[in-house]
Design a protein around this ligand. Structure first.
Ligand SMILES: NC(=O)c1ccc[n+]([C@@H]2O[C@H](COP(=O)([O-])OP(=O)(O)OC[C@H]3O[C@@H](n4cnc5c(N)ncnc54)[C@H](O)[C@@H]3O)[C@@H](O)[C@H]2O)c1
Length: 421
């Protein structure tokens, strides 16, 4: 299948880099988003999110006329949906963004079009997408009913890029591509081969959906194992990072690292898409979620124990005079993303419970988000925090925090990442 143009629906961390990657290969791309500010920014050749090298790619694509953004879909050879797939309060997947994106493109679909779901989705969602499109366009045939003879091809191709390295990984990672029929798979593959240098591996839609969920559930379970070890090692006074380093010298062992919990919008979310469809079959994944979700509270308790110890050792000290410094608020190292961050959760819980000062240090942002302005957490620089803190809590292994080590200066530390050991 040949593509002259494509439309990417949802211009966030995944959609915009994908649109830029296609446009760089001289495919004419129309990006669609419901956020007018994002649309206007992109049409100026600028970007509204933080991702290295994306600004250069978008500016070049817009200047050369290959990328444009709009609030309104138009006809295109291919449509890629990269809209959010969060979960609701009961951990059930929220597919409303996909449904509304489907509804917005249904009216402009033409026979021969390809529709690809890139959003991370529970098994069966690609087929649901095909059904939703069919309900709005009874004049066209879709692969869940018409099979190989359908007017429209529908496929899933999950994204597995690492924030901070998206522009490289988008091109160099292998892609798993699963259509509702083999013809759908092959059509989607020919689109990705325009810009992907990794291998484009063919499968069916359900396996492609499950593949993405499996990758993140595997990481969640492995991190839960490391987090469980960290509790045992804390009680038995063993350095868990040294332990894991030694165990990983076994040629068939590869344990991940413990931390303050699991955050972000992928690893902490995607296992629920499996669990919600197979509650009775997923005790391991559910246990992993519980272990990782409980770790922030354990860290808070650990910091409170350190404060008790300071007061016991120095009875003249009052609790309200003790300053806690939380180093790192993002959900992982060297990024600015605070969404679903266990570090932020811990810092806010400490700020709410401690009568003294609690400092939040995050070198990748300029200030705390507005909604936290009334919290007891005080935004502070690394230098100032180093001078005033009594308890040093390491929550994120940002490069800036590797340059000093308060333990060597005899400071009280709670290091959840093992970089000051
Ligand atoms: N960010 C990552 O690192 C990452 C990695 C792998 C997979 N994913 C998956 O990719 C998908 C997208 O994630 P993201 O991080 O790009 O999200 P995002 O929030 O950064 O971007 C989504 C965009 O979609 C727009 N949008 C919402 N509803 C829309 C609609 N009906 N029509 C048009 N635009 C709409 C939003 O305004 C937003 O700009 C999710 O399923 C996510 O799980 C993300």
């Amino acid at each position: 299948m040949k593509f002259k143009n494509a439309s990417v629906i949802g211009l966030g961390y995944i959609g915009l880099p994908t649109a830029a990657a296609l446009a760089t290969q001289k495919i004419s791309v129309l990006g669609i988003d419901v956020n007018k500010q994002a649309v206007d920014t992109i049409n100026k050749g600028e970007i509204h999110i933080v991702e290295p090298e994306l600004d250069v790619a978008v500016q070049a694509a817009v200047t050369r006329g290959y990328l444009r953004a709009s609030l309104q879909p138009k006809p295109a050879d291919a449509f890629l949906l990269a809209v959010p797939t969060p979960f609701m309060d009961d951990h059930e997947p929220d597919l409303s963004y996909i449904k509304s994106a489907a509804s917005s493109i249904a009216g402009v679909l033409e026979p021969g079009n390809l529709v690809i779901l890139e959003s991370t989705s529970p098994v069966g969602t690609t087929e649901k997408l095909s059904r939703w499109l069919a309900e709005e366009r009874p004049d066209l045939t879709f692969p869940h009913i018409a099979g190989e003879n359908s007017d429209i091809r529908v496929a899933h191709c999950p994204e597995r890029v690492l924030p901070g390295q998206v522009m490289y990984e988008l091109v160099h990672n292998d892609r798993v591509i699963g259509g509702i029929t083999p013809k759908c798979t092959r059509a989607a593959r020919s689109l990705y081969e325009i810009f992907v240098r990794g291998e484009c591996v063919e499968t069916d839609a359900k396996t492609a959906e499950m593949c993405k969920l499996t990758e993140n559930a595997a990481r969640d379970v492995n991190i839960a194992f490391a987090n469980e070890l960290s509790l045992i090692c804390d009680r038995t006074d063993i350095d868990v990072w040294r332990l894991i380093e030694l165990a990983n010298r076994h040629p068939r062992i590869n344990i991940l690292q413990p931390g303050p919990g699991v955050g972000g919008h992928c690893i902490a979310v995607d296992p629920w898409f499996i669990i919600s469809q197979s509650r009775n079959l997923t005790p391991l994944m559910q246990a992993a979620r519980a272990i990782n979700d409980q770790k922030p509270d354990w860290v808070v308790k650990k910091v409170n124990t350190s404060i008790e110890q300071i007061i016991q050792d120095q009875p003249q000290r009052a609790r309200e005079d003790i300053t806690i410094a939380c180093f790192g608020l993002a959900f992982k190292a060297d990024i600015d993303d605070l969404r679903e961050s266990p570090a932020m959760d811990i810092a806010l819980k400490l700020a709410a419970g401690h009568t003294g000062t609690v400092l939040g240090i995050e070198p990748n942002i300029e200030a705390l988000p507005q909604k936290l302005e009334n919290s007891q957490l005080k935004f502070e620089s690394v230098e100032q925090a180093l001078m005033t803190a009594d308890v040093y809590v390491l929550l994120v292994d940002h490069k800036e925090f590797r340059r000093f080590n308060p333990t060597t200066a005899g400071k009280v530390t709670v290091d959840t990442r093992g970089i000051w050991q």
